[in-house]
Design a protein around this ligand. Structure first.
Ligand SMILES: Nc1ncnc2c1ncn2[C@@H]1O[C@H](COP(=O)(O)OP(=O)(O)OP(=O)(O)O)[C@@H](O)[C@H]1O
Ligand SMILES: [Mg+2]
Length: 305
């Protein structure tokens, strides 16, 4: 049974170019190139499929990207996208292999009409009746108001599913007002939401406590190579980072969301949930999901509260 739906409002063809060293303002020669179907919700579905969790992927696809459905189905992911006029965007990622740093250029994506949005809403309502978790991830295409996640979260949760939000800027700010079950901002997105920098551990803990106070059940803050923080009624856990062989950090946060979804479906809580989510993000970064158990065993967690 499919217990998870992911929504990608603005999918992308991810065009990743690998270079020994990236030098701007010069001719760079790629060592390797990859084309992947992407967009944050789709990334979550893909990692869930590696974890053997079935999911259904929703969102908008232009005619140039209808092949996404076949590729996702081949991975065991159900799909129910709304076809839109205009082209699904291509997002370019330039990976400097000597430093493992990534430069990204994201296109805006096709404009979405009221009618197409209503079609998506109808599909989402059906999924929300059948699924336990609905993951709403990523940026919004032109034509869609930043309050959309707020609307979707209310719909989803009124029909019995729990919403997980991974967004930034106004989409995150508005979304939080609808009290999603879980949010997973990275530290920069959280600072953007607050409109200020987070100064120390105590500050971060207070911010998480306040978010829990608004009714959000699970607040996960990812901090790149600094690890993550997981706050819920079970406690506040600081997950220390692992020193890993960094291959590609693209989608590490999305993988972390998948890890939490897996954990939640399997009854994990507190420390066990936090370590599983972090381990999945690390498996994504090293590009080897067979290492999941050994990565998880290495993760060190400190309880802050
Ligand atoms: N360089 C790194 N070394 C070790 N772990 C890392 C590194 N970068 C990311 N991670 C792991 O991945 C998790 C998520 O990373 P990050 O905070 O960069 O997510 P994000 O910014 O939401 O990423 P994205 O949105 O691109 O998927 C971190 O909490 C950490 O567990
Ligand atoms: Mg992210």
């Amino acid at each position: 049974m499919t217990e998870v739906a992911t929504v990608t409002m603005n999918p992308a063809i991810d065009h990743t170019v690998f270079l020994e060293t990236f030098a701007p303002n010069m001719l760079n020669r790629a060592t390797n190139v990859e084309y992947n179907i992407g967009g944050k919700g789709i990334n979550v579905s893909k990692v869930l499929s590696y974890l053997k969790v079935p999911s259904i992927a929703l969102g908008f696809l232009g005619r140039n990207a209808l092949f996404f459905e076949d590729e996702l189905k081949a991975m065991g992911i159900e799909t129910d996208f709304v076809e839109v006029t205009g082209r699904t965007r291509t997002n370019i990622k330039v990976v400097d292999m000597s430093s493992a740093k990534v430069t990204e250029i994201n296109e805006p994506g096709p404009s979405i009409s009221e009618e197409k949005l209503e079609m998506l809403l109808e599909k989402l309502r059906e999924c929300s009746k059948a699924c336990k978790y609905v993951v709403l991830s990523g940026s919004l295409p032109p034509g869609i108001e930043s309050s959309i996640y707020k609307t979707l979260i209310k719909e989803v949760q009124s029909l019995g599913a729990l919403a997980i939000l991974d967004a930034e800027g106004d989409a995150l700010r508005n979304g939080i007002e609808a009290v999603p079950f879980m949010i997973k901002p990275n530290i920069h997105e959280l600072e953007g939401f607050l409109g200020r920098t987070i100064n120390n551990h105590k500050d971060l803990m207070n911010v998480c406590r306040n978010l829990l106070g608004t009714g959000v059940s699970l607040v996960v803050v990812s901090m790149g190579n600094q690890g993550s923080l997981c706050a819920s009624k079970e406690g506040i856990y600081r997950v220390h980072p692992l020193t890993i062989d960094v291959k590609n950090t693209v989608g590490a946060g999305d993988a972390m969301v998948s890890g939490y979804v897996y954990g939640l479906l399997n009854g994990l809580e507190g420390e066990a949930l936090a370590s599983f989510g972090a381990a999945v993000s690390c498996a994504q970064i090293v590009g080897d999901f067979s290492m999941l158990d050994s990565l998880r065993a290495q993760i060190r967690i400190e309880r802050w509260e």
